[in-house]
Design a protein around this ligand. Sequence first.
Ligand code: G6P
Ligand code: MG
Length: 214
Amino acid sequence: MIREMRAAIFDLDGVIVDTAKYHYLAWKRLAKEHGFDFTELDNERLKGVSRMQSLEILLEIGGLTVDEAARAEMAAQKNGWYIDYIRNMDASELLPGATEYLQRLRARGIKTALGSASKNAPLILDRLGIAALFDVIVDGNKVSKVKPDPEVFLRGAEELGIPPASCVVFEDAEAGIEAARRAGMGTVGIGSPEILRKADIVVPGLFELVLVSA
Ligand code: G6P
Ligand code: MG
């Protein structure tokens, strides 16, 4: 299907900024404290997934069963470590081409939104100084259903006032591509074609789109 892109909706972690590595380090540390290993391949299952759901997957990998209070404590511990990693972040951790591509779209009159599952998105945007590049920001504090549910992207489209069929989502996670497809939006996978099989197209990073849209 050929669609006119009137709005671009961006995932944050792994698309705009390289926080995926910090999520991974924090989860790996939690796994280690509980006596099991957590690999980069395991981590793919956590991308785009909410904090509590990520913990469920991690516990399944480690073969652990813990009660709700312990789960809340583990999630808080992981988030504490994660915040320690990201609190000192600056614009140097923006992924190549991210700022340029956002600026270019905006100069062409295309609306931009953030559609992230992260509750830490406001802190990250503040550290990077890029909040003004988005017309609308939808993050984990605003939505109740998580990817692959389409809520985060549908809410973005609604707040922008653009029909879903005219929106394109930029995502590095399988769950995010699935969410965008369910929302009826176009999809650009950021990363590896083996993992993002269901995306309309896959590019290694936004820098590639800056090069081809000169
Ligand atoms: C993004 C990341 C996930 C993360 C989720 C929640 O979608 O890709 O790995 O679990 O956000 O992030 P938070 O900062 O709220 O723990
Ligand atoms: Mg992501």
